[in-house]
Every structure is written in C-alpha cells, then in structure tokens.
Design a binder for this molecule. Structure first.
Ligand code: HEM
Length: 487
C-alpha cells in the first residue's frame, strides 16, 4: 500500500536510478572504483546501487569508511553469502567466510601463524628475509636471461612465480623453480581468481546468467575449476605434512597450523582438519597475487619515470654501497624508497575496492539506515585520490611523503588505504611491506630497467580484486657485477 511504499522510499539510501532486472550494471563501466567516486560526488559518500537482485551500499572517503569499519566494526565485518565465495579454499575459507565466533578463532590462528614465521623471533625473521633475498636474486637472473640480445619481456608471470615461491616457502618449506611447468600452469590459472571475486563482478549478483552460454558463465566455470585445482595442490602438501607431523619440531606454517587446529585451541573450538587446508589455501592465495601485482606496478613506474629510478639508485648506492646487498636494516635510511613504495600504493590503489563486505545487523551511519545482510563495497581508491587530502592526487610524486628534513611523514603514510581497516583488515600487511621493500631495493641495486621504445608506457590496466597493468614490456640491465652473496 501507499504508506508502506512512501516509508520505503524515505528510508532508501541515495543513489542512481536502478533499472529493472540489471539495476546499475550498465553504469559500472570498466573501472567501477572511478564510477563510484563520481557517483559519491553526486549522491554523497554513502550511497546505494543495485546489481542484478542485490542492493549494494558503497562507502567512499576516509570519514565514512572509518565510521563504518571502525565505529561499527562488528556490524560491517560480514561477507556476502555469494555462491562463488562458498567454492573458495574447499569451502572453509577464513578470508571469504562469514563473521562468527568460529571465524574469530580461525582468523586469530591464521594471523599468529604468519607472525610466527616472519617476525616472532630473530631466527624466523632472518629465515624469512633470506627467502625473500634469495627469490629476488633468482628473479634478477631470470630477468637478465629474458633481456638477452636486446629483448623486451612481460614480467607478470615471473613476478607471480617469485611471490608464490615466498609464501610457499613459508607454508611448505619448499620453493619451485621458474621452469617448473606444472607450478607455472597452476599459477597462470590462479591469476584469473580476482576477476570473479572483485567488487562489481557479475557472477554472484546475476546468477541467472549462468543458465545461458555466455562469457560470465565461462568465467564462473573457470573459477570453479581453478579453485578446485589450487585447493587439491595445497591439500596434497598438507596431507604430506600431516603424515610426517612431529609436535616437537615446527618446520613451517603448515605444521604450525596443523598443530594449533588439530592438536590445540582450534580443535577445542570446533575447527577441523578441513580448516587446515582451507587456511593454507587462503594464505597462499592472499599472499601471492597482491605481492606480484605490487611489484608489477613498481617496475612499470620505474621505467615510466627513469629520473625517479635514477634518484632511488643514487640513494641506495649512498646508503648501501656496491659491495653488499641492501637488507631490511637499511630501511630507516632509505626514506625516498619508502616514499616511492607508499606513492605506488596510493597512486595505483591496486586493490581499489576491498573484498565485498556485508552487514551482520541493522546499522545506521550518517543517519542512513542499512539493513542486515546488505552487501557493502569499500572504495579504497576514493580515499587515496581525495582532493581534500592529497595535493594533485592524479600526479605520481613520491616526495609528497617526505617532510622538510627528508624523513617519511608517518601521518601521511598512515592515510594511504590499501590494506583496509577494521575487523577484516589484511593480516599480511607486515610481511607484504618487508617483501616489497627488499625486492625493490635489491632489483634497483643490481639492475637498471628500461621501457620498450616501441611501446608507450601507460597506466592501462584490467579491473578485478587487483588492478593489473596491461601490455607492458621492459628490459633489465646489470649495473655492474652481480652480487649473489646474502649479506
Ligand atoms: C585481506 C590487501 C598481502 C593475507 C586483504 C584485504 C585487502 C588486502 C584490501 C581485504 C580486506 C577487507 O575485505 O576489508 C593486501 C595488499 C597486500 C596484501 C595490498 C600486498 C601489498 C597479503 C599477504 C597475506 C595476506 C602477503 C598473507 C600471506 C590476507 C588475509 C586477508 C586479507 C588472510 C583476509 C582477512 C579477513 O577476511 O579477515 N588484504 N594484502 N595479504 N589479506 Fe591481504
């Protein structure tokens, strides 16, 4: 009746008109995060769109996102019950799982196992850093091989192998060569993961599309198969670990997770063996694509701005010299490098929108009522390109993060949003920062990178959970003698 309709209209969040059946699908465009930022200018930082049959609230800008994810952290900590999310990590994913008492235990276990193998004590910290340095040196040799005889190459796949190797070394105590055909094949398929789970993917909001042969259907089929293959790969390794498990010796992260889930607090709280496989799959998935994408953008920006590359090398040479490799201890003296990495994260915002959230209860923000079980998109890109916060946000300028004494401005670096905030905040941010710093410092210390003169270096990219550069080739040249000793 009329008054119910009026009441509904009054409570409806602001947002563009939604067409029947498809809603606002046609308006999303190639880069939904940019569309969302434009819509925020018109409708405010909290607005609603409709995709297929789902009403979706989009949060933009630091204030609205903080108000939701920090002030109402539990209410915004859910994940939508999308069909695609149920397929991931054998159906026992923590990353894509709903918010519950069990989930809290699961997240705590995953977080503490990452810490145990990267920063818990000086021994694990050193072993982790050694893995990263070794992987960076291996990558350089592959790059040099691919650059022989004046060739230009696409770095994407080698970066994927290098970053997968680091997380595999942490989880299984084992890495794989760049020439391991099976490993490369698996990773090239996992590369497509983000297409399906990125905010704005149509697979879950218009499930009826799966009934017809169309591109969305094949994306979904591929998604299902790649998740099954990836999960089987991990499960096989975990089973080997379980068979040789010794409570006295924790060899790697898989052992640590088996210990705590099957023989410790996880078991007491209702987590099962299947959660072990799920957790390891989650960590490899989350830790691989993000790091390789970050390094991909870093290489692109180094060749796009050769004067910045030269300035970084100059500072690294001054601080480190040419007789040893850079190490994590050099970080505090390499402010411009840290500024460059933060500017890469801000400028590219390569995780533009977080993994979709959902509300766990009715909640009100900015006087706007959001019902329980509403899908929520968190637009991180909008925070990093806010004209009120950043001077010339569309200009790449690492120096914006340095104060008048050349030191890193912590207020500003803390304003970059790429690891999200609140209860679903990334738990790999610390190891991610160590990996990106060491890789970049070592690559720059050893090599100079050049763009392909027959190709313009653009910021063109594909959209998904991560933004990935398109059509970009480069070559690497050794600066002087190759240092292979780990310092
Ligand atoms: C979640 C960013 C590296 C593990 C996330 C989320 C973002 C993110 C945006 C989603 C948060 C949300 O939904 O609100 C990044 C970036 C990385 C990175 C930019 C690298 C530069 C890593 C690494 C690991 C990791 C190396 C672990 C090995 C996780 C996990 C979650 C997550 C387990 C799920 C948290 C949850 O749902 O509670 N990350 N991440 N990430 N990340 Fe990362």
């Amino acid at each position: 009746c009329l008054w119910v309709r009026n009441l509904r209209q009054k409570r409806r969040l602001p947002g563009p008109f939604a067409w029947p059946v498809v809603g606002n699908v046609m308006q999303l465009g190639q880069m939904p995060h940019i569309t969302f930022s434009k819509l925020a200018k018109k409708y405010g930082n909290v607005f609603q769109i409709r995709l297929g049959r789902n009403d979706i609230v989009v949060l933009n800008g630091d204030t609205a996102i903080r108000q939701a994810l920090i002030n109402h952290s539990a209410e915004f900590a859910g994940r939508p019950n999308f069909v695609s999310f149920q397929i991931i990590s054998g159906g026992k994913s923590m990353v894509f799982g709903s918010y519950s008492r069990l989930w809290k235990v699961h997240r705590r276990i995953a977080h503490s196992s990452i810490r145990a193998f990267s920063s818990a004590n000086s021994q694990t910290k050193e072993a982790f850093e050694k893995h990263v340095v070794g992987e960076a040196l291996d990558l350089i040799q592959v790059f040099l091989r691919l650059s022989a005889d004046g060739h230009y190459f696409e770095p994407a796949h080698e970066l994927t192998v290098a970053s997968a190797n680091i997380i595999c070394a942490l989880c299984f105590g084992k890495r794989y060569g760049h020439d391991d055909v099976e490993f490369r094949k698996l990773l090239s398929r996992v590369d497509k993961f983000g297409e399906t789970v990125g905010a704005g993917s149509l697979v879950d909001v218009m499930p009826w599309l799966q009934a017809f042969p169309n591109p969305v259907r094949s994306i979904y089929q591929n998604f299902k198969e790649l998740n099954e293959d990836f999960f089987q790969f991990v499960k096989h390794k975990v089973i080997q670990h379980r068979q040789t498990y010794n409570p006295e010796i924790t060899r790697d992260m898989s052992d640590a997770i088996i210990g705590v889930i099957e023989h410790g607090v996880g078991n007491e709280n209702g987590l099962t063996k299947a959660h072990v496989e799920g957790t390891v799959t989650d960590l490899i998935g989350a830790g691989q694509d993000t790091i390789s994408t970050a390094l991909h953008w870093i290489l692109l920006l180094l060749v796009k701005y050769p004067h910045i590359q030269a300035k970084l090398q100059e500072q690294i040479d001054k601080v480190v010299g040419r007789e040893r490799l850079p190490n994590i201890g050099d970080k505090s003296n390499l402010a411009y490098l840290e500024a460059f990495i933060y500017e890469t994260m801000r400028f590219t915002s390569f995780v533009p929108v977080t993994i979709p959230h959902s509300t766990t209860a009715d909640v009100t923000i900015d006087d706007l009522h959001i019902p329980k079980d509403t899908v929520v998109f968190v637009n991180q890109w909008s925070v990093n390109h806010d004209e009120q916060k950043w001077k010339d946000p569309h200009v790449f300028n690492p120096s914006r993060f340095l104060d008048e004494n050349g030191a890193v401005d912590r207020d500003l670096t803390n304003s970059v949003m790429i690891f999200s905030i609140g209860k679903r905040r990334c738990i790999g941010d610390q190891i991610a920062k160590v990996q990106i710093f060491l890789f970049t410092a070592i690559l720059l210390h050893q090599c100079t990178f050049e763009s392909n003169p027959s190709q313009e270096v653009t910021m063109d990219c594909s959209y998904g959970l991560t933004l990935k550069p398109l059509h970009f080739t480069l070559s690497a040249k050794l600066r002087d003698k190759f240092i292979s000793l780990v310092s």
